[in-house]
Design a protein around this ligand. Sequence first.
Ligand SMILES: NC(=O)c1ccc[n+]([C@@H]2O[C@H](COP(=O)([O-])OP(=O)(O)OC[C@H]3O[C@@H](n4cnc5c(N)ncnc54)[C@H](OP(=O)(O)O)[C@@H]3O)[C@@H](O)[C@H]2O)c1
Length: 314
Amino acid sequence: MNKKILIFGNGQIAHFYFAYYQAKEVDIKITEADVTKQEEVIKAIQDYQPSVVINTAAKTNLEWCGNNRLEAFNVNVLGAGNVAKACDEAKIYFIHFSSGCIFSSVDGKDAKTEESIPNPSSYYGWTKVWSEQMVTFERSAKFKYLILRPRQPVSAQVNHKNMLVKMLTFSKFIDTANSGTVIEDLMEWTDQLIDKQVTGILHVANSGWTTPYNIGLMIKEFILPELEPEKISKAELDTMTPNTRVDTVLAIQKLEASGIQVTPYEERLRQIIKQLGQNINNMDKEVLRQQLEATAAASRQRTVLNNVYESLYK
Ligand SMILES: NC(=O)c1ccc[n+]([C@@H]2O[C@H](COP(=O)([O-])OP(=O)(O)OC[C@H]3O[C@@H](n4cnc5c(N)ncnc54)[C@H](OP(=O)(O)O)[C@@H]3O)[C@@H](O)[C@H]2O)c1
C-alpha cells in the first residue's frame, strides 16, 4: 500500500508518528485543522489526499475535562465523529485513538479484553468510550476503521507529557498492576497494522504489567540513584488528586493474533528508562530544567514530589 498519512491533533503521539514516518521517508503531515469544525476537517483531507488518517486530537487532561465537560465532549466525541465521517465519505482508512483508561482493573489477573464492558472513573474516560461509539455511528458498511486503546504511553523522550518524566519528580508510588504502551513500539505496530489493514477495536500495550512502584525502582537504578521510592496506598493518593486514577490491565491477545510481535512491558521499560537516562545526560541542562519544572508543577497537585530531581539539571 502506498502510504500517505494525515494526522489530526498536534500533541505527543502525533509528533512520534511524524518523526517515525519522516525517518522512513513516508509522506506525512500534521494538520492544524480543528476537529470540531467539519468543513476544516473535510478541507484538510481534500487538500492532502491521504491514504490513512490518524486522529490523535483530544482534550487529554483529566482535571480539565472534568471542569470543561461540554468542550471536552465537543472535541473528544463530536470531533472524532467529524473525522470518521469525512474518512468514510472519502473512503480512507481511519485510525482513531481511544484509551485503555476506559477500564478499571482490580488486579493483574483482571485483564480486560476488547469485548469487556467499559467502566471509566472519570469524565475524560467516558468521552473516550463515547468517541468509539461516535466513530462507528451512522457509517457506511464499507467504512474501514481501527480504534486503538493504548495504556499509559511511555517513551525515552524527555518531554513533560511522558509519564516516565513525570515520575522522575515523584517520591511516592502506588504498587498496583498496570499495563503500559511503549510509544516507540506503538509506531512499529501501527505501521504493520496499516499494512495489514486491520479493522475493529484493538488494545495496544506491551505484554504483562508492572506497578508504578517498580518503575520508581527502575528510575532509581538507571537515572536517579538518590531517589528512595516509597509506597503510597491508592486510598491515600485518592485524597490528594482531584480525579481518581484508574488501574488498568489490558489483554493483548488480539494484537498478537493480528501477527504483531510484542515485547514484555518490564523488559522494554528497563531499556527505555536506560535510554531516557542517556538522553537526559546528553541534553541541554536549561531545557531539561524547563521540562522538569513543567512536570513538577503539574505533579504537585496530584502527588508528593521528591527533593532529588533537581540534581538532574544542577
Ligand atoms: N497520553 C496518554 O496518557 C494517553 C493514554 C491513552 C490514550 N491517549 C489518547 O491518545 C491520543 C493522543 O494523545 P497524546 O498523548 O498525543 O495527547 P496530547 O499530547 O494532549 O495531544 C492531543 C492534541 O490534540 C489537540 N487538540 C485539542 N483540541 C483539538 C481540536 N479541536 N482540533 C484539533 N486538535 C485538537 C491538543 O491541542 P491542545 O493541547 O491545544 O488542547 C493536542 O495537541 C488522544 O486521543 C488521547 O486521548 C493518550
